[in-house]
Design a binder for this molecule. Structure first.
Ligand SMILES: NC(=O)c1ccc[n+]([C@@H]2O[C@H](COP(=O)([O-])OP(=O)(O)OC[C@H]3O[C@@H](n4cnc5c(N)ncnc54)[C@H](OP(=O)(O)O)[C@@H]3O)[C@@H](O)[C@H]2O)c1
Length: 282
């Protein structure tokens, strides 16, 4: 299969490439080759290359910085996916796009989990622009998958890497204990994407994180346990740890829709173990 990947130097893209490189013809592009905000360039490039699938791994992902650069973030996260959707439709290709739990306000009671049809209501610039991207995809093509993920880590700067470093350098770290979600290994999300293509599951929107739910505090405990790091962890509240962009208290995405398609989704603990085997060896 001929598959075009945008944002190919990003964290998720690396795992996607690794998962699908065998048996497929990949066209890898970074912003220099293909700026997804340039509508004409996207249309021309896609029509020239004629991929069967386009996997959009490009995004503006600096959640806090986005608060100050709405226009730029919206061009990349909102208009960009729209440009790709129009181009995909013009050659009857399928667009795979990645979205986020930040499309919700995060105020759902933590005993509950968000399903795909729940009412959205982003409260951050990043979330608003990512929601705009979802709408652009849906409004411009029928042949699409949108995978909403959360708490992603892999081959790039991420929470686990930061905690490994802090845990080795300090006697104590403070970690937020009132935000709930599912840490998601990029390799596992890449596998979900690949299985969706291989099994040709119905087009649409799917919640796509690792299985199980936890807090950043409990997640850190597991990181230190698995990596054998002796460091105290002090639980703190979101109010004690104010960030420019408000973090959702509830990022828990229900995966029943994806599971009903027979897609394999490992638990977050399982993903973390496999990630640490790779990360600690480096
Ligand atoms: N990381 C998370 O915790 C998380 C959580 C939920 C959802 N997501 C979503 O998952 C997806 C992948 O995230 P990630 O963490 O892998 O992102 P990432 O590592 O930040 O990679 C994004 C890539 O997009 C490229 N890019 C930026 N602007 C572009 C443009 N105009 N045209 C083409 N490429 C452009 C970036 O290039 P430069 O580096 O050169 O700018 C970078 O290589 C994104 O859609 C993100 O919103 C991530």
């Amino acid at each position: 299969m001929k598959i075009l990947i945008t944002g190919a130097n990003g964290m998720l893209a690396k795992s996607v490439i690794n998962r699908i490189k065998n048996g497929n013809e990949l066209i890898l592009t970074d912003v220099e080759d293909l700026d997804i905000t340039n509508e004409n360039a996207v249309m021309k490039y896609v029509q020239e290359k004629q991929p069967e699938y386009i996997i959009n791994c490009a995004a503006y992902t600096a959640v806090d910085k986005a608060e100050d650069v709405y226009e730029l973030a919206d061009k990349i996260n909102g208009d960009g996916p729209g440009n790709l959707a129009k181009a995909a439709k013009s050659i009857d290709a399928t667009l795979i796009h990645i979205s986020t739990d930040y499309v919700f306000d995060g105020n759902l009671d933590v005993s509950k989990f968000y399903v795909e049809d729940d009412i959205v209501g982003p409260v951050t610039v990043y979330g608003k622009t990512k929601l705009h991207g979802e709408e652009q995809v849906k409004n411009n093509t029928d042949k699409y998958y949108i995978f909403r993920t959360a708490w992603l880590y892999g081959d790039g700067n991420n929470f686990v890497r930061t905690m490994l470093k802090l845990g080795k350098e300090n006697k104590e770290v403070s970690v937020v204990s009132d935000q709930h979600g599912s840490p998601t290994y990029a390799e596992d999300l890449a596998n979900i994407i690949a299985e969706a293509i291989e099994k040709q599951i119905p087009y649409g929107l799917y919640h796509s994180t690792n299985q199980g739910y936890t807090t950043w505090y409990e997640f850190t405990k597991k990181i230190f346990e698995f990596a054998n790091i002796k460091c105290e962890i002090k639980p703190v509240t979101s109010e004690e740890f104010i960030r420019p962009a408000k973090r959702p208290k509830n990022s828990q995405l229900c995966k029943d829709k994806l599971l009903s398609q027979g897609i394999n989704i490992p638990t977050w603990e399982d993903g973390l173990k496999r990630y640490l085997q790779v990360e600690i060896q480096q």
